[in-house]
Design a protein around this ligand. Structure first.
Ligand SMILES: *Cc1c(COP(=O)(O)O)cnc(C)c1O
Length: 380
């Protein structure tokens, strides 16, 4: 099996992805649909395989950030609607959207008119999603200008409005005041549109945190990213449904050596052996996505024992303390994140003062990806 040769790799449990999608869907009432957010290569899990697993478990929309991310899914034969959540303004971008049947987010009148110009020239028409800024101050027209914006797009014959949406700035916060303000603004926009006789076919505002936190605002679609990968956006969401992390990061031992008291380990000598020790070098480092800031701060799992990572994590390698692990051999597998290690992406995020999203997206292409379906075994 190929896996035997890898120095380091990530394992993605696709049955966990399906399980998580089903758990998230169990909170929805018909006709609310689930959009699986698979941007950034499926948060580092592999966008194609995650999309397939999510669709099989009941997702009916896919969300990506960029056009190349959408094209990758189309080339893999995925036919579900794919929404590009990022901004797309260039002539070539509009053409690519049309060619690959992607559905862009339209953020402002200027962008709408660029789409209109290009599409009417090439004789194409495109389903679009209009985004309204209710407080995130990222993409979208300000909520006060939303009615004029929607009316403008309505009159552009090559753009078909599929949905009107917004995005929360603080959905993972236990203080819900700002989220409620954004919700009010959004609902006011929808009400004002209805007064004008305009009924968007779909409206949506929830990311994972919002859909877990408030079932009253699921509307027509929920856009779930983090949850499908098995992480909770914040600890206070933990009891709502059962999510299982899908990602495990592993690497092999490449050398085992004895060191005496006082010997320093790795760059900068940040670890000095307090006694005679057995240490092992492991073939994974910060260029693979193990943050250097975790040096000397994490425990990893090897031969079913938890041991300390010691010394500075280097670009491609790091050391662990195996003094008390019997029968350690070159080629033994060390679990860094997930699986039988103590570590979740949340633990690492907390140590580093960041969020689990950033940890998940940090595992680089240099790590081969092995897909597993737990019930069946290793796929390839
Ligand atoms: C990334 C993203 C999401 C998904 O967010 P999660 O917190 O990972 O669920 C939803 N909507 C938009 C617009 C996004 O950019």
């Amino acid at each position: 099996m190929l896996k035997q040769n890898h120095r380091a790799w990530v394992e993605v449990d696709l049955s966990a992805i399906s399980h998580n999608v089903r758990q998230l869907k169990s909170l929805l009432t018909a006709p609310t649909e689930l959009m699986a957010i698979v941007k950034a290569d499926g948060y580092g899990h592999g966008a194609i395989e995650v999309s397939q697993a999510a669709i099989a478990a009941g997702a009916s929309w896919l969300g990506v950030a960029t056009i190349p991310e959408g094209i990758q899914l189309r080339r893999a034969g995925i036919t579900m609607p794919i929404v590009v959540l990022g901004a797309t303004n260039g002539v070539d971008e509009v053409k690519a959207i049309a060619e690959y049947r992607l559905q862009p987010t339209i953020c402002n009148p200027k962008q709408a008119l660029i789409y209109h110009d290009v599409l009417s020239t090439i004789g194409e028409y495109v389903p679009v999603h209009l985004t309204i800024d209710t407080g995130m101050s990222r993409l979208g027209v300000n909520w006060q200008e939303a009615i004029a914006f929607v009316k403008l797009v309505q009159h552009l014959p090559n753009l078909e409005i599929k949905s009107v949406y917004s995005h929360f700035a603080t959905a993972d916060d236990s203080d819900r005041a700002f989220m409620q303000l954004q919700t009010q603004r959004f609902e006011q926009v929808i009400a004002d549109l209805q007064t004008e006789g305009i009924y968007p076919p779909r409206i949506h505002i929830c990311n994972t945190a919002a859909m877990l936190g408030d079932r009253q605002i699921h509307y027509d679609i929920v856009r779930t990213g983090l949850g499908i990968y098995g992480l909770y956006p914040a600890p206070h969401f933990k009891n709502i449904i059962d999510l299982r992390p899908a990602l495990t990061v592993k690497a092999r031992i490449t050398q085992v050596k004895e060191i005496t008291t006082g010997t320093s380990v790795s760059y900068g000598r940040s670890f000095i052996a307090p006694q005679d020790m057995t240490i092992a070098t492991v073939a994974i480092g910060y260029a693979d996505g193990i943050p250097r800031g975790l040096s000397n701060r994490i425990r990893v799992s090897v031969n079913d024992q938890k041991v300390a990572q010691i010394g500075t994590i280097t670009m491609d390698q790091c050391a662990i303390d195996v003094t008390h692990v019997p029968n350690i051999h070159i080629g033994d597998v060390v679990t860094f994140l997930g699986g039988n290690s103590e570590n979740t992406a949340d633990d690492w995020a907390n140590l580093l003062g960041t969020i689990s999203w950033e940890i998940l997206c940090g595992f680089k292409d240099r790590l081969p990806r092995i897909n597993v379906v737990k019930a069946i075994g290793v796929l390839h």
